[in-house]
Design a protein around this ligand. Structure first.
Ligand SMILES: NC(=O)C1=CN([C@@H]2O[C@H](COP(=O)(O)OP(=O)(O)OC[C@H]3O[C@@H](n4cnc5c(N)ncnc54)[C@H](OP(=O)(O)O)[C@@H]3O)[C@@H](O)[C@H]2O)[C@@H](O)CC1
Ligand SMILES: [K+]
Length: 491
């Protein structure tokens, strides 16, 4: 899986990799520039448009200069704007500068009139991971001005101004697209930076995952290519027992819809048998809405061991018999998935937390998370708290949102790449609960069940919103779960 390397380790990675491969730092920069340009050429919306590349003094600027040369070779109109005297710029910047063809028009920032047509494309190579203080002077002025332009804007590696691992202070370039090299920089995944990064693309520059891993700090980016090896295979002699018998608990009066969604999602994810334990008065609704689901009676809960996985919380309400909750947590010996009111009850009765089976999976959204662990003021703090919580209690903590994070008992954190804004709709979380519970019931480890659950969920959301866009609802996401297997080539 792709490691996310901290910004302050990137130059160490760089020097170690070029030594290992017997290449120069210029070669690596050239790979980055080629990778950027092949992404650029693959996007029809930039075709034949004039390009304005802004290059700062470091290697991010050097990337910009190399990109200027390559795009000029495609016969595009290329303008390069530099901020510093060339002999004050990085070594590879200077090498690339010497290679520029005469067709590239070069301007010093102080001479540039900022006459940029709305059809042009602006490329930001001002600062990358080497930024070490907030923007000021000519850099801040230029970036503030560029942000007022309505044309397409692309950031090289990271929007200038944003530090690789921390929070933005002051101004930053507002990109429509960020083409980041080899791995996403951690700060690109923070909600605070969403309005600056635009869509994020990871451009491969040839550094293998196992090489990256040496510089990793236990943070990983989950991508489509990781999915196949995480899945179990079934064969024609497999029977419904092999696909797991799961129990979902929730559905108080008036909230049975959450259980309809969670249990249908579990079935669509592949569970062989799904039982639902809900408020007695709502049973008919569940059976009518989802006839494949079996309604469970209290006596059946006496032998919990017969269930391969349990998910608690969808529509459960807060008026729950706490003794019953406690006995569930104490008596079930395998990991449990806990969501929604299951989490809210833990927040209001923290003494219950110690009873949760090791390796269980909690799936709060940001508000539920803060109820559980206290308020935070930003995503850096939030991720740290999530990690501390997961390690302290030996649980997996799934923080839902864009780039959903999974914090693990061993301190590792995984970030999901699938999904989009259209999934922020009622019941979407219930669907995820059903999906993770289903994978657990199919015999996946808690980590694999969680990774597969969040990735399939995000992918199903993308497929569902393809046509429905803002009108996407949780049932659309469920309908698309089977297509995620097709998309990933998994039987
Ligand atoms: N290894 C890889 O994977 C690859 C990395 N590559 C690329 O290299 C990029 C990193 O390059 P980098 O290290 O040279 O840093 P970069 O961001 O260009 O800036 C550093 C310069 O800015 C200055 N400076 C800093 N903050 C400032 C401020 N606020 N205001 C003013 N000045 C400020 C600082 O000097 P200082 O003033 O601190 O002495 C220094 O001169 C990376 O993002 C990627 O694009 C690819 O080419 C190949 C593969
Ligand atoms: K940049």
């Amino acid at each position: 899986m792709l490691s996310i390397i901290p910004g302050n380790k990137v130059s160490e990675l760089d020097s170690s990799y070029i030594l290992d491969q017997g290449i120069t730092s210029w070669d690596l920069m050239e790979r980055a520039a080629i990778s950027f340009c092949s992404w650029f050429k693959g996007r029809k919306n930039f075709e034949d448009k004039p390009v304005f590349i802004f290059s700062g003094p470091g290697n991010n600027g050097g990337d910009g200069v190399a990109i200027a040369r390559i795009l000029a070779a495609f016969h595009l109109e290329v303008n390069l704007i530099v901020f510093d005297a060339i002999d004050h710029c990085s070594k590879d910047f200077q090498i690339n500068y010497k290679k520029l063809p005469s067709t590239v028009k070069v301007f010093k920032i102080e001479d540039f009139d900022f006459r940029i047509d709305v059809h042009a494309v602006i490329i930001d190579g001002i600062f990358g991971v080497g930024i070490n203080r907030p923007l000021e002077g000519k850099f801040k002025e230029a970036i503030d001005r560029l942000n007022t332009f309505d044309c397409q804007k692309i950031a090289i590696d990271i929007p200038s101004g944003i530090p690789a691992d921390g929070l933005l202070q002051g101004s930053a370039f507002r990109a429509d697209y960020t083409v980041t090299f080899q791995f996403p920089k951690l700060s690109l995944l923070f909600p605070e930076h969403g309005e600056y990064t635009g869509e994020i693309f990871v451009a491969d520059i040839g550094i293998q995952d196992n090489f990256l891993e040496k510089f990793a700090s236990g943070k990983y980016f989950i991508q489509q290519r990781d999915m196949r090896p995480l899945h179990k295979t079934f064969h024609k002699f497999s029977h419904k027992g092999d696909f797991g018998k799961v129990l979902l608990i929730g559905g108080s009066k008036g909230k049975v819809g959450a259980m309809v969604l969670a249990s249908t999602a579990a079935l669509r994810t592949g569970s062989g048998l799904v039982h639902g334990f809900i408020d007695e008065s709502e049973r008919i609704i569940l059976q009518t809405a989802a006839p494949e689901v079996m309604v469970a009676f209290k006596e059946e809960l006496e032998n919990l061991a017969k269930f391969d996985a349990i998910g608690i919380g969808p529509g459960w309400g807060l008026n729950v018999d706490l003794k019953f909750y406690e006995s569930l947590l104490k008596n079930y010996k395998k990991p449990i998935v806990i969501d929604a009111d299951g989490i809210n009850l833990l927040a209001s009765h923290p003494d219950l937390i110690q009873n949760i089976p090791q390796g269980s999976i909690l799936t709060p959204h940001i508000k539920e998370f803060e109820r559980l662990t206290g308020n935070v003021s930003n995503h850096v703090e939030r991720l740290q708290k999530a990690k501390d919580f997961a390690v302290e209690y030996g649980l997996f903590l799934v923080l839902k949102g864009a780039y959903t994070s999974i914090s693990c008992p061993d301190g590792k954190q995984f970030f999901n790449s699938s999904g989009n804004q259209y999934m922020a709709t009622a019941g979407s979380g219930d669907v995820l609960t059903g999906m993770i519970t289903s994978f657990l019931g199919q015999g996946y480890t808690p980590l694999n069940a969680t990774i597969c659950g969040v990735f399939h969920h995000g992918l199903a959301g993308e497929l569902a919103s393809f046509e429905n866009k803002r009108g996407t609802i949780a049932s659309d996401i469920i309908k698309c779960i089977p297509k995620t297997y097709l998309e990933l080539g998994i039987d």
